[in-house]
Design a protein around this ligand. Structure first.
Ligand SMILES: [Mg+2]
Length: 311
């Protein structure tokens, strides 16, 4: 598959065009739009991304990024962000997506988007484009088959309990593609208020699960894996590198409370502007925040990394 350069694609993307296409990425999302966020909610220690010293970006080995509301806007990846991914690939800067989304949802995106890999289900699953395997995508798991089988029974039981006990709680619509976790929709197609989100988290934790809250779902799983362990696994798997030993040379981009672990782990951590939506719940902010929100914010990050390398 051939992708346009960043400049070509951005020039071709109409701003404020109607949003019609149902595909998971499209060119009609207004890339020129800015979020209307109150700068007063951003702590002074979080710098504007525009102030990042280009010298600190020259040695970046790769970018790790969340997907929902970081690469995507309204559930799709705008063409400008796809072009940014293509331009980074062209410049030999691999981008690995690290998401709470399921294996089933990630498979098509891994096959058709210029990502080096997707770490799905909060670190439990790795999805790689590979032309040599069926459907062009290779799937690998952090846990062995026996562990996944035993956990599946427990996951099913906890999911049933949440739906029965938390008023209005429903499973996320992408649940059929999930293999190692459960997800409760709080903001994608359903709405749960903060008290009910907290109730879901507490119930998951009470059952011995890990739980995180993304911009759209509450995810819960058994095991010690996380976005950070999953990223380290895939960096080792793809490049033979030790991510824990070189965190200063990788950049992380995210948008919500389920990115806090990664914000804390990477000195070059960036929030897209809509991170401000979580200002009242964030305990760990990134080092930088972009001017623009969602996919346009990611493009802002890519442009700076590419410019610092002279690409
Ligand atoms: Mg997100």
């Amino acid at each position: 598959m051939r992708f346009p350069s960043l400049g070509q694609a951005l020039a071709a993307v109409p701003c404020n065009a109607p949003r019609k296409a149902p595909a998971f990425y499209r060119g009609s999302v207004p890339l020129a739009g800015r979020g209307s966020y109150d700068p007063g909610v951003i702590p002074p220690c979080v710098k504007s991304w525009a102030l990042c010293d280009p010298r600190s970006l020259r040695g970046v080995r790769g970018i790790l990024t969340d997907i929902d509301d970081t690469l995507t806007s309204d559930g799709v990846i705008p063409l400008g962000a796809v072009a940014a991914l293509a331009a980074l690939r062209e410049a030999a800067v691999p981008v690995i997506a690290v998401t709470g989304r399921p294996m089933g949802w990630s498979r098509d995106i891994a096959a058709q988007t210029p990502l080096a890999a997707i770490v799905a289900e909060n670190g439990a699953v790795a999805v790689f484009a590979d032309a040599l395997v069926e459907r062009g995508v290779r799937i690998e798991y952090a846990d062995d088959t026996a562990t996944r089988g035993a956990n599946a029974v427990r996951l099913h039981a906890v999911a049933a309990r949440i739906v029965a006990e938390v008023l209005g709680a429903t499973l996320a619509r992408d649940s059929p593609g999930r293999v190692t976790d459960i997800a409760i929709d709080h903001g994608e197609f359903a709405h749960l208020d903060a008290a009910r989100i907290a109730q879901v988290v507490a119930l998951m934790q009470g059952e011995g699960m890990q739980a995180t809250v993304s911009s759209i779902h509450v995810n819960g799983w058994f095991g010690t894996h996380s976005k950070l362990t999953g990223a380290a696994w895939v960096v080792r798997r793809l490049f033979g590198r030790n991510l824990d030993a070189e965190r200063g040379e990788w950049l992380y981009v995210g948008d919500s409370t389920n990115d806090e672990l990664m914000f804390a782990a990477f000195p070059l951590s960036v929030g897209v502007a809509n991170l401000a939506d979580f200002a009242d719940r964030l305990q760990q902010w990134p080092a930088f925040i972009t001017e623009h929100d969602r996919g346009r914010g990611f493009v802002e990050v890519a442009q700076a990394v590419l410019a610092a390398r002279g690409a």
